[in-house]
Design a protein around this ligand. Structure first.
Ligand SMILES: CC(C)(COP(=O)(O)OP(=O)(O)OC[C@H]1O[C@@H](n2cnc3c(N)ncnc32)[C@H](O)[C@@H]1OP(=O)(O)O)[C@@H](O)C(=O)NCCC(=O)NCCS
Length: 169
């Protein structure tokens, strides 16, 4: 596992390390289980999709996707994660999108989420990203902490002209 940009500035007794996903890394079954647990905490769902592994690898192996994971060094488990995706458009240059930010409930309130997002934002410099967006539903009570965190880190709520198309199955 790569830890090219490890940061461990946490006001806590628990030793947490932030790791940047190394594309060569193959997670152990235990790590996959930790990621599944994080997925459940993020979505509020009790089960993971049957194609979870495939979906996960397709996502994080993307050329312009960076995954940051927080690891409890003593227990050697992944306790938090977040991703940033970037793409280039002719009209807007390089854009970034942060997604899938989550910390296990028992590890919350220790600045892990804040450090994950801050690490994701360091990618803006590396990838020359001029703007980063994310979505978080202000009507969902579960997102209150996240929204407070994003605002603290400088995100502003914007009125978008976003449209969505859902293909019929
Ligand atoms: C959002 C989330 C990732 C934050 O993770 P975290 O590690 O707890 O974040 P931090 O410790 O950096 O804390 C962020 C803020 O929340 C507060 N906080 C976090 N957990 C708290 C708790 N249990 N009780 C009180 N405050 C809490 C912190 O004090 C901090 O606020 P402050 O800076 O004003 O003091 C986490 O709450 C989470 O996984 N939520 C569910 C998934 C989710 O909503 N993801 C975002 C999708 S858009």
């Amino acid at each position: 596992m790569g830890n090219k940009d490890a940061s461990s500035n946490f006001p806590t007794q628990i030793k947490i390390k932030l790791e940047l996903w190394d594309k060569e890394w193959i997670p152990t079954p235990e790590e996959i289980d930790s990621l599944k647990e994080l997925y459940k905490r993020l979505t509020g769902k009790e089960d993971v999709p049957v194609d979870f592994n495939q979906r996960f690898f397709t996502t994080i192996r993307g050329e312009r996707t960076t995954l940051v994971m927080a690891r409890d060094m003593e227990k050697d488990i992944v306790v938090g994660m977040g991703m940033i995706h970037s793409w280039t458009t002719l009209s807007s240059g390089v854009r970034g999108f942060i997604d899938d930010v989550v910390v296990l409930p028992e590890y919350r309130g220790r600045s892990i989420g804040e450090n994950i997002v801050k690490t994701l934002l360091t990618i803006t410099e590396r990838d020359n990203i001029s703007r980063v967006r994310l979505t978080s539903n202000p009507h969902n009570i579960q997102r209150r902490t996240a929204i407070r965190l994003y605002k603290k880190l400088g995100f502003k709520k914007i009125n978008t002209n976003l449209f969505e198309y859902v293909p019929k199955k």
